[in-house]
Design a protein. Structure first.
Length: 256
């Protein structure tokens, strides 16, 4: 494992990459959208020239090959190799053909990172599945908390400590009382709308839409698998059909 290396799988507009670079890490950034890769290449030209940042215009899958990528015209963060996700809510989209690699290939070529952030709209499980079972592995991992099976993968890969971190509100741990408050979704929308406007002009350590802090800098204590599973089930319901509110969303964080 390289203690100074981070994988940003799902670079988007670089809202996480800029934070990692400021903290002194080297970053391998993966982004499927070719337009965003062009924009980020210009934006981070200095870091690329200094060899602190490598950007790859590829997707991540369970095999090498070319796959259709659905570029959402309304929100770039909705773009996905999953057609249903990339075209959600009947929004306009375009299709580009993008080469895909396995994360195992990245590990072989670039080394095992200290932290691996995964946010690739429905395909998060592919990088998780390629984490080595027994050998050296990332010290810290995060992914979207979309399916409980993704938490299961992390547990089965040998991770023993977990967190369920709120991505839409201050990057804080899941709080059932807060999520049950009927006024909380309205407050989230108001607060996040204000931040999205202010961050165009003011510096924020963590931009709205970013993955936020990682590792031991995340808020709250590390929990057991069962504790995080129970929290996930409490929020979404046993069949994931009845979330406590329609606004909140979360990331799984894991370490060993």
């Amino acid at each position: 494992m390289f203690p100074d290396l981070i994988y940003d799988i799902g670079m988007h507009v670089g809202e996480d990459t800029v934070y990692y670079l400021r903290k002194g890490y080297r970053v391998l950034a993966i982004e499927a959208n070719p337009l965003l890769v062009q924009q980020n290449t210009r934006k981070f030209a200095k870091a690329i020239a200094e060899k602190r940042l490598t950007i790859l215009n590829v997707g991540v899958s369970d095999h090498e090959g070319i796959l259709p990528f659905y570029v959402n015209h309304r929100l770039t963060e909705w773009s996905s190799f999953d057609k249903e996700m990339g075209t959600r809510n009947g929004t306009s989209y375009g299709i580009v053909e993008v080469p895909c690699v396995r994360t195992a290939q990245l590990f072989e070529q670039y080394g095992i990172p200290f932290y691996m952030k995964v946010d690739i709209e429905g395909f998060d499980f592919y990088p998780l599945q390629d984490i080595p079972d027994e050998a050296d592995k990332p010290r810290f991992v995060s992914c979207e908390a979309v399916h409980l099976s993704w938490l299961d993968i992390l547990r089965d890969k040998g991770y023993t400590k977990f967190k369920l971190i709120h991505q839409g509100y201050k990057f804080i741990p899941f709080d059932p009382k807060r999520e049950q408050n009927p006024l909380f979704p309205k407050w989230q929308l108001l607060r996040n709308g204000i931040q999205m406007r202010l961050q165009r002009f003011l510096p924020f350590e963590h931009l709205y839409g970013s993955s936020g802090p990682f590792g031991n800098e995340t808020k709250g204590p590390w929990l057991s698998y069962q504790e995080v599973k129970d929290a996930f089930d409490f929020f979404y319901g046993p069949d994931k059909s009845r979330p406590l509110n329609p606004v909140s969303w979360f990331d799984f964080h894991a370490t060993y």
